[in-house]
Design a protein around this ligand. Sequence first.
Ligand code: AMP
Ligand code: GLY
Length: 427
Amino acid sequence: MNVLLIGSGGREHALAWKIAASPALTKLYCAPGNPGIATVAECVALDPANHEEIVAFCQSKAIDFVVVGPEAPLVAGIADDLRTAGIAVFGPSRAAARLEGSKGFTKDLCARFNIPTGAYKRFDNAAAAKSYVHEQGVPIVVKADGLAAGKGVVVAFQLQEALDAVDECFDGAFGGAGAEVVVEEFLDGEEASFFCLCDGKTALPFGTAQDHKRVGDGDTGVNTGGMGAYSPAPVMTQDIVDRTMRELIEPTIRGMAEIGSPFSGVLFAGLMITKDGPKLIEYNTRFGDPETQVLMLRLKDDVLLLLKAAADGVLDQMSVRWHNDPALTVVMAARGYPASPEKGSVIRGVGEAATDAVEIFHAGTAEKNGELIANGGRVLNVTATGRTVQEAQDAAYAAIARIDWPEGFYRHDIGWRAIAREKGTAL
Ligand code: AMP
Ligand code: GLY
């Protein structure tokens, strides 16, 4: 198979690394890719927003299969444009990507198909939203309806914070994404990420993970795209996985088919495991970043065949096997992330830092004058396996110590919750 992977982050490096190991692969291209991806694929300078250019490239290189990493091209309908041109693609249609592209759409789907999630209301003006906030009191959650690049969600414990968040959305802080606002119930519990490969009819569980959203040690500071992750998520016991499939995922897949927007691709459920069981925080319609980095290290089976089976509608014939050992990834970010990461600093020692148990995925790097430089907020994902989460964590931090990058920073406690469980000191 000739394959084109779309994207340029750590998620795509992890996917490229695993796709490159598939015996079914003939040639892998990545658009636009990064220097890490370039070690396993041919990077091509295409703009994922230019669908015509992507389709023309696929035709000229006889691409058999396209794997789409990020959400923006999916919400913009790249999968539809590729399918119209007769090219197989892993990723949902524009209509099915509304599960990520519109929080209001997803909440309405949950209401209609009885999927457990926080109570909510949708608003198109500030006055009505604020009066609902007053009525409900705090804690409460205010969300811009559309894609806001990981921002656009405020979990408010003070009334004023919630009211300010409403104003911020309607004042255009998130552009068109904030033209509508969802105000929803605060869910209390432990968060987990749950993934399913889907082909429109069948959903195949594809691993669990836990992310660390806050920028600072001890889960302090502002929200980020994710500062580290590990898999599996201990809170996702078999019982909780079974309930999640039965109560959330399967009704979603049935519901999407029923409304004429069958979902094909990866459904990434952000869950809150509450005292009443799993509830949906949000859906994403693409792989998690950095969750994919740990999933790819644990996956025993051929990822390319699994993704192709999802695109071909034959997931009912597939199964997924995982290595028992947990995996953990630590994000190294550029100083100033997430608000204003500094670009251009030189990173040394990456090639020597990896070991048998460690893979270093590039998230936001570039090459300049033969040196590796920081070229984004999240820059490297130091990813390790071990017999325990503690062992994986030790291996990841030992590798980080070998990387020479004074302008970078990272959290020192990735995996703390799972390690506390291993030690029997969990709260
Ligand atoms: P999102 O961008 O939707 O992933 O939200 C960012 C973070 O806000 C989530 O990872 C949760 O930690 C938190 N969050 C979102 N919605 C809720 C909710 N209804 N209750 C509690 N926390 C939430
Ligand atoms: N790590 C969370 C996300 O990919 O949205």
